[in-house]
Design a protein around this ligand. Structure first.
Ligand SMILES: [Zn+2]
Length: 113
């Protein structure tokens, strides 16, 4: 049995992301929740990129929308919803801000770099 997240690996990342994100009515004010099964312990959606690397779904969405995360900064949720992949609910922030984010969500198990 192939792993569920490997099955569609050859599909473009964007297509697989849209498949796993519930945008509701598309209202930018609403959270676009990751609906896939593969999540970190704290609710961050995960997906594999074209190279098979594990990436965070919200980061992939942000970059898909042309967002850039400067070196050394983290992509932080403004809506306090780790499953949210709405790029308008995120902004790059400092590690210090991210520590606050970690504090709010509990320890963070994602990949830092
Ligand atoms: Zn949100």
């Amino acid at each position: 049995m192939p792993s569920p997240w490997n099955r569609g690996l050859r599909a473009p990342l964007a297509a697989r992301l849209w498949d796993k994100i519930d945008v509701g009515s598309g209202d930018p004010a609403q959270c676009w929740e990751f609906t896939g099964n593969w999540r970190s312990k704290f609710g961050y959606g995960r997906i594999r990129d074209e190279n098979g690397n594990c990436v965070q779904a919200h980061v992939a969405m942000y970059e898909l929308y042309g967002g850039e995360i400067p070196d050394g900064l983290w992509l932080l949720h403004e809506c306090d919803n780790p499953a949210c992949c709405n790029p308008s609910h995120m902004h790059p922030g400092t590690a210090a801000e991210n520590r606050w984010d970690q504090f709010q969500h509990g320890a963070y198990a994602g990949e830092a770099d």
